[in-house]
Ligand binder design. Structure first.
Ligand code: 0O2
Length: 231
């Protein structure tokens, strides 16, 4: 059975529009991917420079992710954001995310300072959940940073959410996330209490490890005939 010419035209028009939307969405996501890569490169340069010139690596690992289209659509609906690209660009700032896990709390702040001091980085929002942990015990330093991306059409500023945390904070957040997901947000009270206690233990561990590190470092320095000179 063949469709009438008018119906064919309507169908072709719908297909063309759907393809255009798909292409525009891909271009939109690419902007965030490029922004994420710029931040990854900056972090990787800092890491290499530390390793080569300071014989110290403050970064344990770096993980990046782009929000999935489903997750973007879900957030647009949940926040009541207009479903157009400009509104999404303006209101959703965590489409590109980079998580930097450091050894110690001092490294978290040092990395944050070094990254945000770079001339081409604009700091949009900082949420310091280390200084002020969330009620459930969540700790991390969050920053929405804008980084320039140079496209063939010209430069654009892309927001990237960077989360800085220690290994202990990361361990806790990852378990908490799994528990939260398993119970779909309705975590039983006894588990909430245990998680809060575990967050306190993680904070204490961070403090003790950093103290130990400082002691070991100062012992090494006094044991050396001459302290190293940094130029
Ligand atoms: P994903 O997949 O990790 O990105 P918003 O995301 O803007 O709606 P909010 O509270 O304004 O929410 O942003 P905030 O406080 O900067 O936190 C956003 C991200 O921090 C979350 O992203 C998590 O990655 C992490 N986070 C914040 N609070 C918690 C917490 O209590 N537990 C854990 N495990 N992680 C947390 P997403 O979008 O939830 O997920």
């Amino acid at each position: 059975m063949s469709t009438a010419p008018v119906e064919d035209d309507a169908l072709n028009q719908t297909i063309t529009e759907a393809r255009e939307l798909r292409d525009e969405f891909q271009r939109f996501l690419h902007e965030y991917e490029f922004g994420m890569r710029e931040i990854e490169t900056k972090i990787s340069i800092l890491r290499d420079e530390f390793a080569h010139h300071h014989s110290y690596n403050p970064i344990e690992h770096v993980k990046s992710r782009l929000k999935t289209p489903d997750s973007i659509v879900e957030k647009v609906a949940r926040r009541g954001i207009e479903p157009d690209f400009d509104s999404i660009r303006e209101h959703i700032t965590d489409i590109a995310g980079v998580r930097v896990t450091c050894s110690f709390v001092a490294d978290v702040y040092r990395l944050f300072d070094l990254l945000t001091a770079q001339d081409d980085i604009t700091v949009r929002i900082v949420k310091d959940y280390i200084a002020r942990p969330k009620a459930n015990g969540y700790r991390s330093l969050h920053a929405i940073l804008e980084v320039p991306v140079f496209l063939s059409s010209g430069p654009i500023m892309v927001p990237v959410e960077v989360q800085f945390r220690t290994i202990a904070m990361d361990f806790w957040a990852s378990l908490e996330h799994k528990i939260h997901y398993k119970f779909q947000g309705q975590v039983p009270a006894h588990l909430v209490d245990s998680l809060t206690a575990a967050a306190d233990a993680a904070t204490e561990l961070d403090e003790r490890m950093e103290q130990l590190h400082r002691e070991a470092h100062s012992t090494t320095l006094t044991a050396l005939p001459k302290p190293p000179i940094e130029v």
